[in-house]
Every structure is written in structure tokens, then in C-alpha cells.
Design a binder for this molecule. Structure first.
Ligand code: PLP
Length: 405
């Protein structure tokens, strides 16, 4: 660090020592060995594209060289067909859902489309959809189209202002659990209660919380939810997303993409659509099996992982990261856009700086991979499975070496 006065170098040594102690006590430290990462790299982009779990290559070798090449079409009867529900049940364990309520397939965007329409159809007399104004853009794009298709209005609102825009004309509220830009984690319990108080249906997007925050869909009575699998769940580029529908709503679920994989009798080849019972009606057409089985293998990285431990670790690692930023940089050099209260953060810390875009590039040769979000945000994601406290402190050292010149 450029700042070489003895007091600050002692402070830096303190931080490194504290990080090492915390890493030594980390109950998830062994999970790092489940991943293959480049040498000497601190990967802070696991909230965008999760790292590569070694289990994936082993599984795909079997999928390609036995299931596909040798078993051929028979593999559909040997487990392929049920993969969306089976992998869905594995994810159910991560989102506080009993089995039979999660199915995997399609992208998050497509699943938002399916569930926003299905959700709005549950309240046919209502005329409005409410969406988080800071939402990841795809959510808003899809909701606008859904509203046009159904002849509904859309209200964009800050989630802190939700109670003021909800009313008895609202059919559906699409909420983001984490602000993708600032990393703020919203209180799912209280926002869901607000939506229910006005009689609307809650559709949660948990792309940035699944795998880092213990979720409680069943306990909170959440009706509908969607989430990504290529972020903290490490499913790989373009891995299929998932959707959740509360069990008592399955029979009424009028899912608009009525493809044959959601049919009650897909091989009956009937001319009319009759939806399957249960969560299967969330399916559409042939799933991307190679990606889905890669995701299945990737989920092994969560085997035996307590999400309470994952949550505690991420809060602690992001905490030391913020602490290190405070101590290593002069006041005002950067702005931390993420809440300092660790109960309001998920796995991400966002740093605002006018040269954010350049800094993200300059960090790469220093062994730190983070990402840039418009307009001025350096986004750092901390996977509980492979990023520790020492990584966090060293990433700050790299950033400070660029900023303290
Ligand atoms: C990453 C992300 C998505 C991605 O959608 P895809 O259709 O799967 O590409 C959607 N919503 C949020 C909040 C996200 O963070």
C-alpha cells in the first residue's frame, strides 16, 4: 500500500491476522476444494457467473459418453424426463420449500413471463401490476409486455414505498429480493405481508439471494418465485432457471406457455392441452438436458452445507471487506453503495467510484476479478463456498494500490 506510516501498516497487519483467524474457524472452508479456479485469482464475480465445480466435468463425462452416446433415446426413460422436477426438489431444499413445488427449466426471464401471467390470472378483477423500480431490467421488460397482453397497467415503485402504491386494484407485485446494483437485501417477510394485505399475489425474484441467504418460501406463504442457477448456485453459463409455485395454487395455475412437457399426457398426442397435476405444469418444452445435468452436478457443491453457515460467513466476509475499505482508503475516495448493516446485505458489496469501469479492468492483472455496472459501480460478489476473509482483505489491498497512488 502507498500509505506506509507505521500505524496504518500495523492496522493492515491486524486485518490480515483477523482474516486468517476467521478463515481458520470457517466451517465451510473445505468447500473451496469443490471448485476449480484459476491460480492466484480472487474471483468476486460469483454473483454473476458462479465458479466451476469439479463435479460438473465428472458428471458431464458420464452424460456424454454413456447416457447420450450409449443409451441414446432410452435415457429419456432412465431419468432424463423427470430431471426438471428432480433438480427442482434439490433447489426446494435451498429455498425453504417442501418437495414438489419447484421445477427447473427455461431462463429467469421466461419464468417471469410464465408466472407473471399466471399470477395476474389469479386476480382477474384487478387491473394493475406493481414492480420494483430498481429491478433488474429484464423483469421490467417482461412485466411491461405481460401488462400489454392482459390489458393491465404497471406501477414502478421503490420497494421502500410499496405500501403507498399497493391497493385493491393490484393483481400482482413482482419484487426483487436483492437490488442487483447496490446489493441491498430486502425483507421478504414484511414485503410479502404488505402484498397479501392488499389481496395481491407476490412474485419474488431471488436470483441474487438463492444460495447465500436462507429462504423461507413456505413459511412466508410466498405464492410464486423465480431464480437463477448460474450465479451463486454455480450451474454454468446459461444454466436453466427455476420457478416455485405454492402447492395449494397448483390446480388453479393457468400457465400461459402450454407446451407438451406440461401436458398431463405428453405422449398421448392429444389435440387439446390439459395441464399436468402439480408443479409439472410449470414446464414447457424439451429442457436443455446437458445444462440441467451440469446444474444437477453443480448442486453437489451445496451438499452438507448449512445455509445458516453460508449466511453467517457471507455477512462476516463482506463485513471485513467493508472494514478493510474503510481503513485502507482515505474518506470520500469511494462510496460504499451497499448497506453497512449486515442484515441488509446478501453476498454483494457495491463500490461507487467515477472510474469504476477502468478500475475493474486494472484489478485483473492484480488477480482480482470483479464486475462493473452502470453508471459507476464496482460490484463484488462473495460466494460463501469459495471466497474467504483473507481473499476479501487482499482484494481491498489490490484496490487500494490503485487508488492510493
Ligand atoms: C441475473 C438476473 C436475471 C437473469 O435473467 P435470465 O433470463 O436468466 O438471463 C433476472 N433477474 C434478476 C434479478 C437477475 O439478477
Amino acid at each position: 500500500m502507498a500509505n506506509t506510516d507505521p500505524e496504518s501498516s500495523r492496522a493492515a497487519d491486524d486485518l490480515i491476522a483477523r482474516a486468517a483467524r476467521l478463515d481458520a474457524d470457517d466451517p465451510l472452508a473445505h468447500c473451496r476444494a469443490r471448485f476449480v479456479l484459476p491460480e492466484a485469482m480472487i474471483y468476486l464475480d460469483g454473483n454473476s457467473l458462479g465458479a466451476y465445480p469439479a463435479s460438473v466435468g465428472v458428471r458431464l463425462d458420464d452424460v456424454l459418453n454413456r447416457q447420450w452416446s450409449q443409451r441414446l433415446i432410452r435415457s429419456w426413460d432412465e431419468g432424463w424426463w423427470e430431471t426438471p422436477e428432480r433438480v427442482g426438489d434439490r433447489i426446494a431444499g435451498l429455498v425453504g420449500a417442501a418437495r414438489g413445488q419447484v421445477v427447473v427449466g427455461d431462463s429467469t426471464s421466461v419464468n417471469i413471463f410464465k408466472l407473471a401471467i399466471a399470477g395476474a390470472r389469479m386476480r382477474p378483477d384487478r387491473t394493475r401490476i406493481v414492480i420494483d423500480s430498481a429491478s433488474f431490467p429484464t423483469d421490467g421488460y417482461i412485466v411491461d409486455s405481460v401488462a400489454r397482453l392482459l390489458g393491465l397497467a404497471v406501477t414502478r415503485a421503490d420497494q421502500s414505498d410499496l405500501d403507498n402504491v399497493l391497493g385493491d386494484d393490484v393483481a400482482l407485485a413482482l419484487l426483487n429480493h436483492v437490488d442487483y446494483r447496490t446489493g441491498k437485501l430486502w425483507d421478504m417477510a414484511s414485503l410479502t405481508r404488505s402484498v397479501h394485505n392488499c389481496g395481491a399475489v407476490a412474485l419474488w425474484d431471488v436470483c441474487h439471494s438463492v444460495g447465500v441467504v436462507p429462504l423461507q418460501f413456505d413459511a412466508l406463504d410466498v405464492e410464486l418465485a423465480v431464480g437463477c442457477t448460474y450465479k451463486y448456485l454455480n450451474g454454468g453459463p446459461g444454466a436453466p432457471a427455476f420457478l416455485y409455485v405454492r402447492e395449494d395454487l397448483h390446480d388453479a395455475l393457468d400457465q400461459p406457455l402450454t407446451g407438451w412437457h406440461g401436458h398431463v399426457d405428453p405422449f398421448g398426442m392429444q389435440s387439446d392441452y390439459e395441464p399436468a397435476a402439480g408443479i409439472i405444469r410449470g414446464r414447457v418444452g424439451s429442457p436443455p438436458l446437458l445444462s440441467m445435468l451440469a446444474l444437477d452436478a453443480a448442486l453437489d457443491a451445496y451438499d452438507g452445507v448449512s445455509l445458516a453457515d453460508a449466511r453467517a460467513k457471507t455477512q462476516s466476509v463482506t463485513g471485513i471487506f467493508i472494514d478493510a475499505l474503510d481503513r485502507s482508503l482515505a474518506p470520500g475516495v469511494i462510496e460504499i453503495a451497499t448497506p453497512r448493516d449486515s442484515s441488509q446485505r446478501a453476498g454483494q458489496v457495491s463500490i461507487a467510484h467515477p472510474r469504476a469501469r477502468e478500475l475493474v479492468h486494472e484489478l485483473i492483472p492484480l488477480g482480482v476479478l470483479a464486475d462493473f455496472r452502470e453508471p459507476d459501480i464496482i460490484r463484488c460478489g462473495f460466494s460463501p463456498l469459495y471466497i474467504g476473509h483473507t481473499d476479501a482483505v487482499n482484494a481491498v489491498r489490490a484496490l487500494a494500490s490503485l487508488l492510493n497512488q
